[in-house]
Design a protein around this ligand. Structure first.
Ligand code: AMP
Length: 524
């Protein structure tokens, strides 16, 4: 079959028909993960960042280039929109893209524009997500976007699809679409790439004169002013919106179409920002319409991971923390540190009043280790105890200490305090229910009893044990689950708002990736 890549002699395949693309995917899929980057072409650094992310996370990267007529109103720039397939192909080749899918409108069975939409089957996102922000001024636009994205996801059958946060409304609508239609794909959000001036990169920047480009940088500066006010304590939408307006008023050529503050996921307007808000704007420079946005966030996220013993919580949590630069709030290490201190001070473990007074005013510091396989660095009352708390002697006593109400109370208070600045991930039995009931994301990490027994038996086998009795392991795990769920102090309980993640059949890396996807989802 004719393929443009042969003509250009480069390492990227270019397909213009659905049949060609499908057979390419069928041949190459094998066990490989496929990443799709949907674009309208005229590629720039913003697109490159999506492509690079896809290349880092998947095995086969496909970029679609399609100027979707269904998302343009008749008055909009469908016919002027830059089309430069040859240049884009070269760029994709340089970036190591495996294949480009560049169909015609006819091939996609989508001739015409928004006005002819009624002649095709459409995917209609919820009204309340399209009646705000850009949707208010571009009727039909997001129906066009949702329809084409659904078609592309069906055609490519990718594992992951990459979208820019620059089009924040599009991103939220696509995430909702994937959820509502149960599409088996992970949507990955990528940060906004900007010029040095702060102007968000866009294929439409080509329409701006040099002076307009300079002036347009004021859009981001004005959003930053609002962010600074937010950080300083201003949380009322009207005031934050006014700050943007006042700052943009300095540029006479800028005609604001809208400035709105909405919830980043539901897109519902906010009158004030509790923890997170999306401040989004559309501005005309002449006939060129530019959009931009900024996420206002009180503090970095708090993530709570709970679940039964043996589900892999601590390994997974440690790795997620390392990958995202979060502090792993190792609550187990805190109990160990107190146990170490009690043992050092010569107090009898069972002397609860003495332990209680020792734990009053104790100071524990946790710091992220250099590598994910190293334990959290721990100091208690200024003494570094990272290694000392891992001895068999401490291990033998730690549950007796952790069962004491006074110890529990002090440490939970300390954990809450440590959590205040955010940027932490913690695991345990009651992190989401008791320690951080307001966590931004709660995950209940679990696996069937059989799976946990199998993993345990594998661990024991790796440690050299033979004659492992799998049915005994099953009974032990069931007994432990029962005990953990019925404890009076800190019982194991799934928070109502926790996402249940069942890890049967998943590798640690797959679980880590799923949690990172949830965290990122939650953060935009
Ligand atoms: P477009 O070609 O404009 O439809 O954009 C294709 C994808 O690239 C969309 O997911 C956009 O959100 C994303 N994108 C466009 N510009 C940027 C940017 N400056 N930074 C990050 N992503 C972007």
């Amino acid at each position: 079959m004719f393929s443009l890549s042969l003509v250009l002699g480069m390492g990227v395949e270019v397909f213009t028909t659905i049949a060609e693309l499908r057979s390419y995917v069928a041949i190459h899929r094998d066990e490989r993960k496929i990443g799709l980057v949907p674009t309208m072409g005229a590629l720039h650094q913003g697109h490159f960042s999506l492509i690079n992310r896809a290349a880092a996370e998947t095995d086969l990267v496909i970029v679609s280039i399609f100027v979707n007529p269904l998302q343009f109103a008749p008055t909009e720039d469908l016919h002027q929109y830059p089309r430069q397939l040859e240049e884009d192909t070269q760029l994709c080749a340089m970036l190591g893209v495996d294949a480009i899918f560049a169909p015609t409108a006819e091939e996609m069975n989508l001739p015409g524009d928004i006005e002819t939409q009624s002649q095709t089957t459409r995917i209609i996102p919820p009204d309340n997500m399209t009646s705000v922000l850009c949707g208010k001024f571009r009727p039909g636009h997001f129906t066009g976007v949702a329809t084409i994205v659904t078609k592309l996801l069906h055609i490519v059958q990718c594992d992951r699809a990459y979208f820019g946060q620059k089009d924040a409304q599009q991103l939220a609508i696509i995430r909702r679409l994937v959820k509502d239609l149960n599409l088996p794909v992970t949507i990955v959000a990528c940060p906004i790439i900007r010029e040095d001036s702060g102007l968000a990169l866009s294929s439409r920047n080509q329409y701006l004169t040099a002076t307009e480009q300079e002036q347009a940088a004021q859009i981001y500066r004005s959003l930053q002013q609002a962010q600074a006010a937010f950080t300083a304590g201003e949380n009322k939408s009207d005031n934050l919106v006014n700050i943007v307006k006042e700052n943009l008023a300095a540029v006479a050529a800028a005609k604001i179409q809208y400035i709105e503050l909405v919830d980043p996921q539901t897109l519902q307007p906010l009158t004030k920002v509790a923890n997170r808000g999306l401040l989004a704007i559309a501005v005309y420079f002449g006939s060129t319409r530019l959009i931009d946005n900024i996420l206002l966030q009180q503090r970095p996220p708090i993530i709570a991971i709970d679940g039964p013993a043996g589900a892999g919580k601590s390994t997974v949590t440690r790795r997620v923390a390392q990958k995202l630069g979060l502090l792993y709030l190792d609550t187990g290490a805190m109990y160990r540190a107190v146990t170490w201190l009690v043992m050092q001070s010569g107090i009898a473990i069972e002397d609860e009043p003495a332990v209680a007074s020792l734990v009053q005013g104790v100071e524990i510091q946790l710091a992220s280790p250099e590598a994910a396989n190293l334990p959290t660095t721990v100091k208690i009352n200024g003494t570094e105890v990272t290694q000392a708390i891992r001895t068999p002697e401490v291990t033998a006593q730690v549950s007796a200490i952790a069962a004491q109400a006074a110890v529990r109370e002090s440490l939970v208070a300390m954990q809450k305090q440590l959590g205040k600045q955010g940027g932490i991930i913690a695991e345990g039995r009651d992190i989401g229910t008791n320690v951080f009931p307001n966590a931004d994301l709660k995950i209940f990490l679990t696996a069937s009893v059989m799976e946990r027994a199998r993993r345990r038996s594998q661990d024991l086998y790796n440690q050299g044990q033979q004659n492992i009795d799998l049915s005994q392991l099953v009974r032990d795990i069931q007994a432990r689950d029962y005990q953990d769920s019925n404890r009076t102090i800190a019982p194991l309980k799934k928070a109502d708002d926790a996402i249940e993640l069942i890890t049967d059949g998943l590798t640690i890396e797959e679980v880590v990736q799923k949690i990172i996807d949830y965290i990122e989802f939650d953060n935009y």
